[in-house]
Write a protein that binds this ligand. Structure first.
Ligand SMILES: [Zn+2]
Length: 340
């Protein structure tokens, strides 16, 4: 396992004007996860948590004509055709699944988490997240039953505009596909290759390695392991949640969804404490059993950097497929473990 994690450090030299132009060497740690192919550059010298939170004025203004608020939802959002979802929209608890008005796949749902227009990251309860996850899996199961040509699904979240979210009202997005997406497919192929070469499940080996190593391991809820990734895909790191021994949607029982909601709630509270107030989450699954690939979620905190509101995505990621990271994955893990 260790061979799959490559790391080396280079130094950039400069004469520092703030210290009488004395020479200074600034380290850059270049990390590669050879399994996922992710390359990141960890710049510990840039570390600084953002100060800004969401503007109350912006949230207040967005309430007007919000299609997901309860007074508008029934008349301002689409319904599914009867051959897919006979009742038009799927409801569970306080969550509602409706068609994505801007679809990017044949089967695209949006799950409105609850009737609350704005929820800060420290106020997502286990019940709210469980109900949204349950409603989303009911939608996936319904599509699986009514459209025979689907084999893969994902539950996704852009929380707030800084992560790509188009509406303030909390909602997650559910996609059901015939083929895996590019990254999902790459992970599945690498999992199958690893199994062929090593005769073992990569995800089981990864969990074991990180548990022994301790520095990036976070916690476990009901068989779901939370780990800070060695080579993350975001400026403030990336958290992987591995659903041990679970490969298909059949494994997502109420108990499992509740466990994941518990772990995710803790993660969101820790992001809130660090002022990391936007995020992307992606939960990948197969609709059939696959003994090489386990269900897994990736959560990436997203930020706008002070003082200009600078984006955390830059030319390095867009043009070089490498990610600039300003907190080491090990330091991030330590910060997250501080939150109960
Ligand atoms: Zn709303």
């Amino acid at each position: 396992m260790e061979n799959l994690f490559e790391k080396h450090t280079v130094e950039a030299r400069m004469l520092d004007f703030s210290e009488g132009f004395t020479e200074k060497a600034i380290p850059v740690e270049i990390r590669k996860d050879c399994f996922t192919g992710t390359v990141s550059r960890v710049l510990k010298s840039r570390m600084r948590f953002p100060q800004a939170s969401h503007e109350p004025e912006m949230i207040e203004a967005s309430r007007h004509n919000c299609p997901f608020c309860p007074e508008n939802l029934a008349r301002s959002t689409p319904k599914f055709p009867a051959d897919l979802v006979p009742e038009g929209r799927i409801c569970f608890g306080r969550s509602t699944v409706l068609p994505n008005a801007f679809p990017y796949s044949r089967y695209c749902g949006v799950t409105v988490i609850s009737d609350e227009h704005y929820i800060s990251l420290d106020r997502f309860s286990v019940e709210k997240l469980f109900s949204a996850l349950k409603a989303s899996t009911l939608f996936i199961e319904r599509i699986k039953a009514n459209a025979r040509d689907v084999s893969y699904a994902s539950i996704n979240w852009n929380y707030m505009p800084g992560s790509g979210g188009g509406l303030i009202h909390p909602h997650i997005q559910v996609v059901v596909n015939r083929r895996p997406t590019h990254f999902h497919g790459r992970l599945m192929r690498s999992s199958a290759d690893y199994k062929m070469v090593h005769g073992a499940n990569y995800w089981a080996d990864l969990v074991e390695f990180e548990k022994q190593n301790k520095s990036r391991y976070l916690f476990n809820y009901g068989g779901i392991e939370f780990i800070s990734l060695f080579s993350p895909g975001g400026m403030f790191g990336e958290i992987l949640s591995i659903f041990k021994n679970m490969s298909s949607i059949r494994d997502l029982t109420d108990e499992t969804l509740d466990s994941y909601a518990r772990g995710l709630t803790r993660l969101l509270k820790s992001f809130h404490r660090m002022h990391l107030n936007n995020l992307n989450m992606t939960l990948l699954m197969s609709l059939e059993d696959d003994d090489g690939f386990w269900i897994q979620a990736r959560t990436v905190p997203r930020v706008s950097l002070p003082p200009l509101g600078t984006s955390d995505v830059n030319y390095f990621e867009k043009g070089h497929d490498e990610v600039i990271v300003i907190i080491s994955p090990e330091d991030l893990a330590e910060e997250i473990r501080l939150t109960d």
